[in-house]
Design a protein around this ligand. Structure first.
Ligand code: ZN
Length: 160
C-alpha cells in the first residue's frame, strides 16, 4: 500500500474541496459497478489520500489513492449533469444563486427556473438567460457558474 505524505494529502484537499463534483475515469476494482462517467460529490479527503465520495447512483465508495482515477467536472455536458443534481438538492428557501452566487432570499418558488438545467436561479440570472436565449447577449458557459467554480455554493452549504 502506498501512503501519501501530508503535503500530498493537503494538495488533494485543495484540489477536491468538499462539495466539488467529480467524474469517474477508472476504478481499480472488478467488483465495483460504478460506470465510467458517473458523477459524485466529494465529502472529504482522508489522511490516506482517499477522496471520499457520494456517487449519484447511491454508492459511497471512496476513490482509492494511487489506484482510482477521476477528474473534476470539465465540460459543458458534465456541468449540466452536475447542475441538474444540485437542482435536486437546493434548499427550500434563502440560498445562493448557483449561477451568480448572490443570495436569493425567500422561498425557492419565488425565483426563476434556469433555461439550461433543472435548477433555480435568481431573477437577474433568469432575465440574463432569457436575453441569451433570444440571442441578445453571449451565453455564459455553464463552467463559469458559481456552483461549478465554487462548489460550496453548489453541493456544499449553499449559504454564506
Ligand atoms: Zn444569479
Amino acid at each position: 500500500m502506498n501512503f501519501p505524505n501530508r503535503e500530498t494529502v493537503e494538495k488533494l484537499r485543495s484540489t477536491y474541496p468538499v462539495g466539488c463534483r467529480v467524474v469517474l475515469d477508472h476504478m481499480d476494482d472488478p467488483y465495483v459497478n460504478i460506470p465510467v462517467g458517473a458523477q459524485a460529490t466529494v465529502t472529504g479527503v482522508d489522511d490516506a489520500g482517499n477522496v471520499m465520495c457520494v456517487w449519484d447512483c447511491g454508492s459511497s465508495l471512496s476513490l482509492a489513492y494511487g489506484a482510482d482515477q477521476a477528474h473534476k467536472v470539465g465540460t459543458e455536458d458534465e456541468a449540466k449533469v452536475t447542475l441538474n443534481w444540485y437542482g435536486q438538492h437546493q434548499p427550500e428557501k434563502d440560498f445562493r444563486c448557483p449561477r451568480c452566487g448572490e443570495m436569493m432570499w425567500g422561498p425557492k418558488a419565488r425565483h426563476a427556473l434556469s433555461r439550461y438545467a433543472a435548477i433555480t436561479v435568481c431573477d437577474r440570472c433568469g432575465m440574463e438567460e432569457a436575453l441569451e436565449k433570444a440571442g441578445q447577449v453571449e451565453a455564459k458557459s455553464l463552467m463559469k457558474w458559481c456552483a461549478i467554480v465554487l462548489p460550496s455554493i453548489g453541493g456544499g452549504t449553499w449559504r454564506r
